[in-house]
Design a protein around this ligand. Structure first.
Ligand SMILES: [Cu+2]
Length: 700
């Protein structure tokens, strides 16, 4: 693998001297123009770029951004990992709306609940530099929905790919002077893809495994997702407008080979109502009021697996099932004021989140309901202000602070269950079914343009986030029995403290006529970082009502790393595109590496682009990951490299794309795609083998 990596880096260096003048490096111009709007700690992915790829969802599409990795348990539903931080350590929103998933195993991460066709662009803030939303501890990923263009509009896309993949969408819109409206529909379907060894990814279990798919389900739908959305906007008087967005998504029959269960359904409803007052007074540029609600209803079970075959104990269609619901109701009020060239952003951010999940299992409690996520109420209230001001022609500073109050209560966690099941795992700590905390976050950023084409960024930040309801209160008791003498329980830690991230960032961006490079490095000191821990059986192995467990603990940790991307314009309308990203994490309490940190990864591509036509070949690669946490039995993952080719044609109203990912049908594993609990089966799911696709897109 190292030889391979060196080859990639050497070829990049050898190609550099061939930089030359092409008449109009259009692609480079576009990158420079786009780059000039965002500092080097931010990235922006447009949906046009996404359309070139066969990405199944937002998480997969974002993998092209260095520092972003996707983690998944099946063919779809990629969870976003930003510089090694995942779950509630980062914020993933759409138009500022929170959609927390319902599944305790994160079958439905936040980004799963939006469709590409709803989205115009995705903004990524790397590091704790966003103060608008609670919990942007490691960064923010915010998708912005499509704006309605004046007059009538129609957009349609159809992608057909290997394994009967069909992704299609259509939106129709009309933009008038006072009223605007948009309606959209998207459908996604695929059979289980095959990995490089020629096997369906549903066919990864040995014949004697209870977790293997039943014969009739090996080649059944991998997912079947319908999404509908409407948007209406009304301008009441000059500068006062109100917009209402409604969306409903029904995901059915989603397979998760990495887990013990699959999703029967995952239904999401979203309402977002935003009112904007422009220039309400001399000093105030804008006041925005946003009210939203999201609802998720998720059901998973093992009915497609051998484990659900009836026997003495299994008397229903399933051996195990989890029924989960979650809602978020939020209000944001923000105002932007200006005085000269200085700008002040301030606001209030409030939301209420409820999460409830009930597990039933034949093997442990004879189908008795178990409050796995015990109907947790979580309120968070935040106040923030951010000030930015140019100090001179070449220097701008930006800084701000945020104060948060949060409260969590497990309403379905009885005193008896807390004392009898939770307390023995955390002896010496006094556990409660409610928690609250105050936290202050702040940052200071500096942007410098010392000479033409060069931009420097320096940032210092300290941010905090509340432990999430799962980390605090999850409870899945597995009582040792004849069939399973030494099971693993799941136990939240109600005495967890909030995580704090103290981070420093440096960035450098250079834009020249033939060459654009953007590099950044970061160092993150995490106090009370929440990590998974293995806890021994408090009442001795194989006896009593308790078993060994996986739980959570606060530890001190550090994560550091960096990313670099470069684009160069060569002769003959050719462009060289490259990126590298590295993240390293250490648990300072145990001295071991942090678990679930992506390895060194990158890409190197050559693209011919004359605006109306392009063809590109890209090599994506990752080094082996041997920095694993032995305390969690985390396994090492080998390095890999795969080749993707694609091309596209842009006509007046039509765009056509075709390509093959993993051209040489390599059999490989992504480091992050398996250590997933609860309900991980322990089997690694390989990545998709050779995958061909064709997309036609129409718009006017
Ligand atoms: Cu689930």
């Amino acid at each position: 693998m190292n030889a391979y990596k060196n080859l990639m880096l050497t070829s990049l260096l050898l190609l550099l001297p061939t930089l030359g003048y092409s008449a109009e490096p259009l692609l480079l111009d576009e990158i420079i123009v786009r780059g000039s709007h965002v500092p080097s700690n931010e990235e922006n992915l447009t949906i046009r770029e996404v359309r070139e790829s066969p990405a199944r969802d937002i998480g997969e599409a974002l993998q092209n951004i260095p520092g972003v990795t996707a983690l998944r348990k099946g063919p779809i539903a990629n969870d976003i990992v930003l510089r090694g931080l995942q779950r509630d350590n980062i914020n993933v929103l759409m138009d500022g709306v929170r959609v927390h998933g319902g599944c305790p195993s994160r079958m439905d991460p936040p980004a799963f609940h939006f469709d590409f066709a709803e989205i115009e662009a995705i903004e990524i803030v790397k590091g704790p530099y966003d103060l608008r939303y609670a919990g942007s501890l490691g960064g923010l990923v915010n998708a912005t929905s499509k704006a309605i263009q004046p007059g009538p509009g129609l957009a349609a896309t159809l992608t057909y790919g290997s394994y009967d993949l069909v992704h299609t969408s259509v939106t129709a819109s009309h933009g008038g002077e006072k009223s605007e409206g948009l309606i959209g529909y998207a459908y996604k379907y695929s059979l289980p893809p095959k990995s490089g060894d020629g096997k369906r990814i549903t066919d990864i279990y040995p014949l004697n495994s209870k977790n293997r798919y039943r014969g009739e389900n090996l080649d059944s739908r991998a997912y079947d997702i319908n999404t509908f959305w409407v948007k209406g906007k009304r301008t009441f008087s000059p500068g006062v407008s109100s917009e209402l967005n409604l969306a409903y998504q029904d995901a059915d029959h989603v397979l998760y080979p990495a887990l013990l269960m699959d999703a029967e359904y995952d239904r999401t409803a979203r309402i977002n109502w935003t009112t904007i007052f422009e220039k309400p007074s001399e000093r105030v540029k804008e006041v925005k009021l946003q009210i939203y609600r999201t609802d998720v209803d998720h059901l998973m079970h093992d009915e497609f697996r051998e484990s659900s075959r009836p026997n003495m104990m299994i008397t229903r269609d399933y051996m195990m099932q989890t029924d989960a619901q979650t809602t978020v109701t939020g209000v944001n009020l923000t105002s932007v004021s200006e005085a000269g060239s200085a700008e002040l952003l301030s606001g209030i951010d409030y939301f209420y989140r409820n999460w409830d999940a009930v597990n039933k299992s034949a093997m442990y409690l004879a189908y008795q309901d178990q409050p796995m996520i015990p109907d947790v109420d979580n309120d968070q209230f935040g106040l923030f202000a951010e000030y930015s001001r140019p100090l001179s022609e070449t220097v701008t500073i930006k800084g701000g602070a945020r104060l948060d109050y949060a409260k969590s209560e497990a309403t379905d966690l009885s005193d008896a269950r807390l004392a009898g099941f939770y307390q023995p795992y955390y002896s010496g700590q006094s556990l409660h079914d409610d928690n609250d905390f105050f936290a202050l976050s702040a940052n200071l950023q500096m942007f410098l343009k010392p000479i033409d084409g060069v931009e420097l960024f320096a940032g210092l930040a300290s941010a905090s986030r509340m432990p999430d309801p799962e980390e605090l209160y999850i409870g899945l008791q597995r009582i040792p029995n004849m069939n399973v003498p030494d099971p693993v329980s799941w136990i939240g830690n109600p005495s967890l403290d909030p995580v704090r991230n103290n981070q420093a960032d440096l960035g450098l961006k250079y834009s020249g006529d033939q060459f654009v490079v953007n590099g950044s490095i970061f160092y993150s000191d995490l106090s009370d970082y929440i990590t998974l821990v293995q806890i021994p059986d408090p009442d001795g192995p194989g006896t009593g009502t308790l078993s060994k467990a996986r739980g959570y603990d606060n530890v001190d940790a550090r994560i550091w790393g960096g990313e670099v991307t470069a684009q160069a314009s060569l002769h003959f309308d050719l462009y060289l595109l490259g990126s590298l990203a590295y993240t390293e994490g250490k648990n300072r309490d145990s001295g071991e590496p942090l678990a679930e940190i992506p390895p060194l990864s990158g890409s190197l591509g050559l693209r011919y682009d004359i605006d109306s036509f392009f063809v590109e070949i890209t090599e994506r690669f990752a080094d082996q990951q041997d920095r694993v946490d032995p305390l969690l039995d985390e396994e090492e993952t080998s390095g890999w490299g795969v080749t993707d080719i694609k091309s596209g044609l842009h006509l007046d109203k039509w765009s056509i794309y075709a390509g093959v990912n993993n051209l040489f049908d390599k059999y490989y594993f992504s480091h992050l795609s398996y250590q997933r609990d609860p309900f991980q089966s322990g089997v690694k799911v390989p990545e998709v083998g050779a995958f061909a696709y064709f997309t036609a897109a129409y718009r006017f």
